[in-house]
Design a protein around this ligand. Structure first.
Ligand code: FES
Length: 104
Protein backbone atom coordinates (compact mmCIF):
# COMPACT_ATOMS: atom_id res chain seq x y z
CA UNK A 1 0.00 0.00 0.00
CA UNK A 2 1.45 3.37 -1.02
CA UNK A 3 1.63 6.08 1.59
CA UNK A 4 1.49 9.54 0.03
CA UNK A 5 1.25 11.44 3.32
CA UNK A 6 3.62 14.27 4.11
CA UNK A 7 5.40 13.22 7.29
CA UNK A 8 7.89 16.02 7.72
CA UNK A 9 7.47 19.68 6.91
CA UNK A 10 9.76 22.63 7.68
CA UNK A 11 7.08 24.74 9.42
CA UNK A 12 4.11 22.46 10.11
CA UNK A 13 4.21 19.87 12.85
CA UNK A 14 2.04 16.80 12.33
CA UNK A 15 0.67 15.18 15.47
CA UNK A 16 0.55 11.40 15.77
CA UNK A 17 -3.00 10.17 15.27
CA UNK A 18 -4.72 6.88 16.02
CA UNK A 19 -4.51 4.36 13.17
CA UNK A 20 -7.90 3.21 11.84
CA UNK A 21 -8.38 -0.02 9.87
CA UNK A 22 -10.99 -0.40 7.16
CA UNK A 23 -11.48 -2.43 4.00
CA UNK A 24 -11.62 -1.18 0.44
CA UNK A 25 -13.05 -3.67 -2.06
CA UNK A 26 -12.12 -6.46 0.35
CA UNK A 27 -8.54 -5.29 0.87
CA UNK A 28 -7.49 -4.26 4.38
CA UNK A 29 -6.25 -0.68 4.54
CA UNK A 30 -5.70 1.96 7.17
CA UNK A 31 -6.10 5.67 7.67
CA UNK A 32 -5.82 7.94 10.68
CA UNK A 33 -8.25 9.50 13.09
CA UNK A 34 -9.69 12.65 11.49
CA UNK A 35 -9.33 11.37 7.91
CA UNK A 36 -12.30 11.24 5.63
CA UNK A 37 -12.76 8.00 3.71
CA UNK A 38 -11.62 9.66 0.48
CA UNK A 39 -8.56 11.27 2.06
CA UNK A 40 -7.47 7.93 3.54
CA UNK A 41 -7.88 6.25 0.15
CA UNK A 42 -6.07 9.08 -1.63
CA UNK A 43 -3.17 8.88 0.82
CA UNK A 44 -3.01 5.14 0.14
CA UNK A 45 -2.66 5.79 -3.58
CA UNK A 46 -6.26 5.01 -4.57
CA UNK A 47 -7.21 7.65 -7.15
CA UNK A 48 -10.30 6.06 -8.74
CA UNK A 49 -13.23 5.99 -6.33
CA UNK A 50 -15.92 5.15 -8.86
CA UNK A 51 -17.00 5.36 -12.47
CA UNK A 52 -19.26 7.83 -14.26
CA UNK A 53 -22.80 6.65 -14.77
CA UNK A 54 -22.99 6.42 -18.57
CA UNK A 55 -19.47 6.58 -20.00
CA UNK A 56 -17.85 4.66 -17.10
CA UNK A 57 -15.03 7.21 -16.90
CA UNK A 58 -12.93 7.14 -13.73
CA UNK A 59 -14.13 9.42 -10.91
CA UNK A 60 -12.02 10.53 -7.99
CA UNK A 61 -11.48 13.09 -5.30
CA UNK A 62 -12.59 16.38 -6.91
CA UNK A 63 -14.32 19.15 -4.90
CA UNK A 64 -13.60 17.62 -1.48
CA UNK A 65 -16.49 19.60 0.06
CA UNK A 66 -19.46 17.38 -0.73
CA UNK A 67 -20.79 19.25 -3.76
CA UNK A 68 -19.88 17.35 -6.92
CA UNK A 69 -20.78 13.66 -6.24
CA UNK A 70 -17.49 12.51 -7.78
CA UNK A 71 -16.63 10.49 -4.68
CA UNK A 72 -19.84 8.49 -4.21
CA UNK A 73 -19.13 5.02 -2.84
CA UNK A 74 -20.86 2.20 -1.04
CA UNK A 75 -20.03 2.29 2.68
CA UNK A 76 -21.17 -0.41 5.10
CA UNK A 77 -23.73 -1.46 2.50
CA UNK A 78 -25.15 2.04 2.03
CA UNK A 79 -24.88 3.45 -1.50
CA UNK A 80 -24.19 7.07 -2.53
CA UNK A 81 -22.07 8.04 0.46
CA UNK A 82 -20.04 11.20 -0.23
CA UNK A 83 -16.72 9.88 0.98
CA UNK A 84 -14.95 13.26 0.87
CA UNK A 85 -17.01 14.48 3.82
CA UNK A 86 -17.60 11.21 5.67
CA UNK A 87 -15.18 10.60 8.50
CA UNK A 88 -13.35 7.28 8.51
CA UNK A 89 -14.38 4.87 11.27
CA UNK A 90 -12.82 1.64 12.51
CA UNK A 91 -13.95 -1.44 10.58
CA UNK A 92 -15.76 0.42 7.77
CA UNK A 93 -16.45 -1.61 4.64
CA UNK A 94 -15.86 0.67 1.65
CA UNK A 95 -16.64 -0.48 -1.88
CA UNK A 96 -16.52 1.02 -5.34
CA UNK A 97 -20.05 1.81 -6.39
CA UNK A 98 -21.27 0.66 -9.77
CA UNK A 99 -24.05 2.75 -11.33
CA UNK A 100 -26.54 4.72 -9.29
CA UNK A 101 -26.31 2.53 -6.23
CA UNK A 102 -29.15 0.76 -4.54
CA UNK A 103 -32.06 2.33 -2.73
CA UNK A 104 -32.14 0.85 0.74
S1 FES B 1 -15.30 15.02 -4.13
FE1 FES B 1 -17.01 16.26 -4.65
S2 FES B 1 -18.64 15.48 -3.41
FE2 FES B 1 -16.87 14.38 -2.78
Amino acid sequence: MADLRIEQHPIIEFKKRKKIKFTFNGKEMYGYEGDTIASALHAAGVKVLGRSLFEKRPRGFYCAIGNCSSCLMKVNGEANVRTCITELEEGMVVETQIGKGEII
